[in-house]
Write a new protein. Structure first.
Ligand SMILES: Nc1ncnc2c1ncn2[C@@H]1O[C@H](COP(=O)(O)OP(=O)(O)OP(=O)(O)O)[C@@H](O)[C@H]1O
Ligand SMILES: [Mg+2]
Length: 193
């Protein structure tokens, strides 16, 4: 992949980036307006053109739109364009989906830390809430439920009973003791009805 031309050295030569180097790490820094987005755009367009896969996470959206507008016909069916702000084309996303049993504790922790970040939860100030959320997520994961089950789990006793009965004995969820208290009591004790 050619990034540009080196005019600084005595002999002018192209500056290249191998696919192997690209796979490791690439950090593009520079003052505003120095061409970072254009460079990324060119790199991504080349990857798409030569049949490679890539994922662009663009918080602003302009680069994503520029790249999307240049996807060649042969790769159109490979493109997933996910714009969470576009309500006319909403795309379902469930962070608890298709998780292998070994990964479930990690997924639960990641979702929990996202909740903690959004709502300002902490082990110091809201330990019980974190505990309940963690166990609720683990129970949903073990039952292969979606995140939509979370409010039901906390407010619907029959649903909760069903998940507790169904959870597989072979997975780690049997270790989930809900702090030695019956899972049936916890939501009530936490003030959840
Ligand atoms: N290699 C290049 N040669 C000539 N012009 C370029 C080159 N790369 C970028 N430009 C021009 O420089 C301008 C700024 O580029 P770009 O938007 O990529 O900068 P940026 O570093 O992403 O800026 P920002 O930090 O504000 O997002 C654009 O008008 C673009 O056309
Ligand atoms: Mg930019």
């Amino acid at each position: 992949m050619i990034l540009g031309t080196d005019y600084v050295s005595t002999n002018i030569k192209p500056v290249r980036l191998s696919t192997d180097a690209l796979r490791r790490h690439l950090y593009i820094i520079g003052k505003s307006g120095t061409g970072k987005s254009v460079l990324l755009d060119n790199l991504i367009t080349d990857l798409i053109e030569n049949g490679s896969g890539c994922c662009l996470i663009d918080p602003h959206g302009d680069l994503a739109e520029a790249v999307a507008s240049r996807v060649p016909q042969k790769r159109i069916n490979d493109v997933i364009y996910f714009d969470p702000a576009d309500l006319s084309y909403s795309l379902g996303y469930d962070p608890l989906a298709c998780t292998a049993p070994d990964n479930r504790p990690l997924v639960a922790e990641n979702v929990l830390s996202a909740f903690a970040h959004v709502w300002g939860l902490s082990a110091q100030h809201t330990p019980r809430l974190l505990h309940i959320l963690r166990n609720a997520l683990r129970l949903l994961l073990d039952n292969q439920e979606t995140l939509l089950g979370l409010p039901h789990l906390l407010t619907n006793a029959r649903y909760r009973e069903r998940l507790l009965r169904r959870r597989p004995k072979t997975t780690e969820s049997r270790e989930v003791t809900w702090s030695g208290t019956s899972a049936r009591e916890i939501p009530a004790r936490a003030g959840v009805r």
